[in-house]
Design a binder for this molecule. Sequence first.
Ligand SMILES: C[S@@+](CC[C@H](N)C(=O)[O-])C[C@H]1O[C@@H](n2cnc3c(N)ncnc32)[C@H](O)[C@@H]1O
Length: 483
Amino acid sequence: MSHAATREAIDDAKWAVLAPTGPPGFKDQPFAYHTELTMDIQTVTNDGHGIGRVELPGQHGKTWVVMVRDVIAGERVRVKIYRNFQNYSFAVLTEVLEASPNRIEPQCKLFGACGGCQYQHMTLEAQRELKRGHVQQVLHRLAGLPPDVQVNPVLGTGDAFGYRSKLTPHYDRPRRDQEGGGPIGFNSKFSRQIVDVPHCPIALDAINDQLPQTRQEVVEKRRRAVEAERHGIRKARGGTLLLRATEQGVVTDPRQECSEKVGRYRFWYTAGSFFQNNPFVLPRMVEYVNARLREPLSDGAPPRFLLDCYCGVGLFAICGHAHLETVVGVEVQGESVEAARRNAAENGANNCRFVLGNAQAIFGALSGDPSLPAMPSPSMAVVIDPPRKGCDRSFLRQLFRLSPARVVYVSCNPATQARDTIDFLGNGYRIDDIQPVDIFPQTKHIENIITFANERPGVPSENFPSSSPHTPPLTDADAPTAG
Ligand SMILES: C[S@@+](CC[C@H](N)C(=O)[O-])C[C@H]1O[C@@H](n2cnc3c(N)ncnc32)[C@H](O)[C@@H]1O
């Protein structure tokens, strides 16, 4: 795509903010559409919004919060208002007047428009320090830990671009006047509009090499769909593509079996099911989890038994099995459990067993297993790696009754992890280590690992719900925090 065409894509995506008149229904209080302001950025939230305060027009001394993307704390910038809410406004960056020393030129020409990346305008070191601070803040704000709670420097590799092994671009239902055309890419930073992304610099080269062909297939498919719709056969639809770089090449069929190596272990999985997406940092993350699992417990010996809850295709179970007597993985998705069994067999992890079921019912899955000790056991460790919504209440209740000596909690959403931390602290656990991992450089996403040590291992806790007030379930919308 030529640079001019790229600019066009950016302009399209910024339509909502750069159009000469406001969008229909624009609320013009306290600022009219496109009011230009100069502001100082005080902080950046964990969803990538810079926050500053500006004086309200005609109300001397009264200030108003304005949020703007693609900025860095400490910068002075010019912005244009494009949306007012009850307590704050959104603005688009038009000029950086005083740049932070951490500012760099974004590598992607679509950076100002595409919603996929938030931090390309910062050095990698600055991104990681920002993410470390966000983990600290969320644990302070939601779990009541001290504001300066010890959080390790973010674990990552130097692979800041060309690292993503999975890409899922979307496309809208084709419009009749577009024939097969229309953008294929990611949501805009400013609206639900899709920005056309013919090349994504955070994806692996193999994915970018495959992208033109996969996009062309969509164009053909859409052309046929529009034609069919014209003849009243069926309605054309939008969709999401899958491109996964694997040992079998780039796979686009979600049902295809594929494999990937992590250290010396090979993992099979179905392309559409869960597998981690950064093959560079993954071995480091697994190494870190294994190191936590091997540390001696209070009796001086390392854990002998491991439960891997939300185990997917057995990543942590299989990578950690060699130092354990018995490992049991629990996973709700049937095809992932089948893959986990195959992975254990092919990798010689004969002490691993995988149970199809809900992590909410772990006791049922474990009871009567002769390879496990009588429960609760002081030699038991647990790895948990739940989806973004965090742990279910009934899962936590059972976990605290099981009373494992150590729990390594891997999370892709530090906000729900912080919520669950309240329950760990209220049920006899203390925090031993907090380790963020930069799985997705250039983006706001961070993986965070908390290691909990049980002060009374093997003694079931009945103190649940814990005495500390439990915050209600969080959604993604709760995640942004002013830092
Ligand atoms: C973030 S992934 C982690 C997978 C694995 N630990 C890994 O790193 O490859 C979460 C996994 O939890 C599974 N899952 C979601 N809800 C579950 C539940 N209630 N019980 C058991 N597994 C669940 C999903 O199918 C998914 O495989």
